[in-house]
Each structure stands twice: as C-alpha cells, then as structure tokens.
Design a binder for this molecule. Structure first.
Ligand code: GUN
Ligand code: ZN
Length: 442
C-alpha cells in the first residue's frame, strides 16, 4: 500500500545542484548521509536524516526496512527510450537508416495489435524497474492504442512517465504512416485522455524530420503553442546519412535544427535525441530556447553514429540529459548508460566523473525534463521514487568496492561494473516495485 508509512535505513545520496566537472563536487552540491533514515508516507518523502537523529522521532510500530550497507539514490530517469523496440535490441548491422527499415519499422507494425502492445508495455516496465529506472520519456508506435496500453500499464503501477504517439506521415511502411491531420487528431485525443492524469504526461512525438511532412510538423508546433504544459520529443542530427536526407527534403531550411525551429518545435520542454552532428552556433540556438539534448551513448556506439561532444554542449549553456535509446541502445540500465558515456568521453578527451554521472541520471535529467519539483532528489515533499543500490551485489563488486577509499571511487565502480544485479530494490510512489531477490513476474 503506497499510503503506508515506512522508514528505510541505508546510506543516502542526493544532489541539490550540478556538482560541476571537477573530481571533487562543487560545494553544497551533494548530500551524503551515512547510516541514514528515509521516512516515506503517502507516496512522498516525509523526512530524512541520520538514523541516530530520526529514530527517536519515528512513530511506534512503523515498518523499518533495513538496508544497512546499501546506498539509496533517487530513481533513475531515462530521457529517451522506445518501449516498442525492446525486442529488436541487439539487431546486427549497419547504421541508422538501414536499421530503421530492416528492424524497427517491421517491429513497430506489430503494435497495431492491442494485446501485443499490452504485453510489451508490461515487459518493458518490468525491465525498467529491474534496472532502477522510475521515470522515462518514451516513444510509443504510431498506433494510438500503443499509447493507451503503455499509459494504462504505468497507471496500474503508479509510475511517473512521459510518452507519446509517433507522428509519421511519410517515408515509412504504409501500415505505420498516419495521415497528416489524422495523426494530429489522434494526438489531441491522447492528450485529453492522459496528459496530467495521475503521474502521466504527454510528449508530442514527431519521429524525426524525414518522416513528417512540413504540414505535420507545423500542426505539431500548433499543439505545443496552444498548450505549453506538453512535452515534445524527437531526433536530431544523429547520423550523417540522415543529415544529407534532411537537407534534400527541406531545402528551405538552412540546417537540420532550422526545420524544427520553423515549425515551432524548439522550446523548454523539448528533448532532441542525439544532436551529435551540430556546430556551436546550433547548440547556442537550442540553449537559448531552453531545450535539451538527450545523450544516448550506447546507441551512438551501437549504430556507429558518432561521439557526442558533451563539453561543447555544456560550453554553449545547453542542458543535456542521459538516455538509453533502446532499441538503438544496447542496455536499459542507467548505470550502463553512464559506462558508455564515460567511454565516449574517453575517446573525446572528456572523461565523465561519477559525480556528474549520478547527478545526470537523477536531478540533471529531472531538470532537463522540467520534473525537478517532483522527482530527482531525496528531500521532504518529493515523490518517493528511489533505488537501493548494493555495492557488494556480486563477489567481484564486493571485492572492488571493499577497496574504495572514497565515495567517488565507489560510485565510479558502480557505474562501470553495475547492472541489474546492483539494484536491490526499486521504489516508485512509495511502493516497492522491484526486489532483486524476489521472482519477477513473466
Ligand atoms: N531516428 C528516427 N527514428 C529513430 C529511432 O527509432 N531510433 C533512433 N536511434 N533514431 C531514430
Ligand atoms: Zn530514439
């Protein structure tokens, strides 16, 4: 029962602000409580402190969940992922445009069948919770029913999620294309049914410039203008073949980003996945409008798209978020995303610190998605979405973390060696949603 009060005893780690790029975090950015207590009630955090200070204040008989030796962090956030591509992960060969035609579009056609969408939604959420992800911004397929199925499954579990129906009126199999106005009408119906209901939010989802006509992009911009509380998600400058195609399809635009600007799609609630092949002027234009780029390192490596320039984005004042981009990505785990981000950073001479990585997965992503008033931190009043990490999850991890001289070293080992085994429990909305040691539903 999410209303039941409980207290969890463990180490606690949360960020109050960006720790910066240094190997020691900026003053006041990190809160770390050894042997802490996290008191939750009615789906929210009521209080947190050291165990010694909070224990005397706890009501008699309150349930205590003892996780001494483990580390509680805010639930991980994934700013860009396709639930409809779960089962085409790890499909061999070539780059983005062939991969879309050979694997992605045929798979997404299957979501016309409601039972398939229902089963995949459940499987996807179970996998997300196994790896500690409590919130994501999710692409469904172009079928409105794929969104109904997904949000229904999120609602049953009480999760905070953003999602939307893919808008795509050209350059895809006929079975996947909507028509220009029909796709917009379907989106309006989905917004009316789901946006702001419980913990759900609607993200307008034009797939990317090549699969929408200008008329459809313009109409999407119209929806966003009419309701600035909506989110928007799409792809931008991921692959060089894609760039050439966009230049051909939109000769009136001076670059790829201008296609979206001209249709009114670039705003403070807009997430552009990838953004690898941009210049500094374009990064500045995105920053000026408060948009964010979703850095999807495992996908960029898998599809051979390129090496994201994280520090150039930072230099431009442009917010970045971290994302798995499954099924282009090779792992749903936020820890695995950080590992890939570190590897991409190494190839660019920009090694990611564990501070920046854990900040990014939690408060950084919450800020990029304008969800930071509700999630992303362990603080009184915030929603009770958090993960219990086990630094000794495997014999190898126990050996490695036993030698750690500092929290930074332990966090780095977690991000390089961690996976679903590292996630002892995942809680969302004050409910325990996953337990590593319990059998998972099929
Ligand atoms: N660009 C357009 N569609 C997609 C997609 O499904 N995945 C990725 N990675 N890039 C895209
Ligand atoms: Zn994507």
């Amino acid at each position: 029962n999410p209303d039941t009060a409980r207290v969890l005893r463990a180490d606690l780690l949360s960020f109050d602000t960006d720790p910066g790029e240094g190997d020691t975090p900026a003053a006041g950015s990190v809160r770390h409580v050894e042997d802490g207590a996290l008191w939750i009630e009615n789906g929210r955090i009521r209080a947190l402190d050291t165990w010694a200070r909070l224990a005397p204040e706890l009501p008699e008989g309150i349930e205590i969940v003892d996780h001494r030796g483990k580390l509680i962090v805010p639930g991980f956030i994934d700013s860009h992922v396709h639930y409809v591509q779960l089962e085409i992960m790890a499909s061999w060969g070539r780059q983005l445009l062939d991969w879309l035609n050979d694997y992605t579009f045929p798979e997404e056609c299957r979501f016309a069948v409601h039972e398939h969408a229902r089963a995949q939604s459940a499987a996807f959420l179970n996998e997300m919770l196994r790896v500690g992800t409590t919130t994501a911004q999710v692409f469904c397929s172009s079928h409105p029913g794929s969104v109904d199925a997904f949000f229904t499954a999120c609602r049953e579990r009480g999760l905070r999620m953003l999602a939307g129906k893919v808008l795509m009126d050209r350059h895809a199999p006929e079975a996947l294309c909507d028509d220009t106005r029909g796709g917009i009408r379907d989106s309006e119906r989905l917004v009316a049914d789901w946006h702001g209901r419980d913990r759900l939010g609607y993200s307008l989802t034009p797939r990317f410039a090549p699969t929408s006509t200008r008329a459809q992009l313009d109409a999407t911009g119209g929806l966003l203008r009419n309701d600035p509380s909506l989110w928007l998600q799409t792809h931008l400058a991921e692959n060089t073949g894609e760039l050439d195609w966009v230049a051909e399809l939109f000769p009136e635009s001076r670059d790829y980003l201008e296609v979206y600007e001209q249709s009114g799609l670039v705003g403070p609630r807009s997430t552009f996945a990838h953004g690898i092949h941009l210049d500094q002027e374009m990064r500045g234009r995105l920053a000026a409008r408060g948009a964010n780029l979703a850095f999807c390192p495992s996908s960029n490596l898998f599809l051979g798209s390129g090496l994201f320039d994280r520090l150039a984005a930072r230099e431009a004042g442009l917010a970045i978020s971290y994302a798995s981009d499954v099924g282009g990505g090779t792992d749903l785990s936020g820890l695995a995303t950080l590992k890939a981000a570190y590897q991409v950073g190494q190839l660019r001479g920009q090694p990611l610190t564990a501070w920046q990585g854990f900040y990014g997965l939690t408060l950084g992503n919450a800020r990029a998605l304008s969800l930071d008033e509700r999630i992303g931190r362990l603080a009184p009043g915030m929603e009770a979405d958090f993960v219990v990490l086990d630094p000794a999850a495997t014999p190898l991890m126990a050996r490695r973390t036993a030698r750690s001289q500092s929290l930074a070293e332990t966090l780095f080992a977690l991000m390089m060696l961690g996976d679903d085994r590292t996630v002892a429990e995942t809680w969302s909305g004050g409910r325990r949603q996953h337990r590593r040691d319990a059998p998972t539903p099929t």
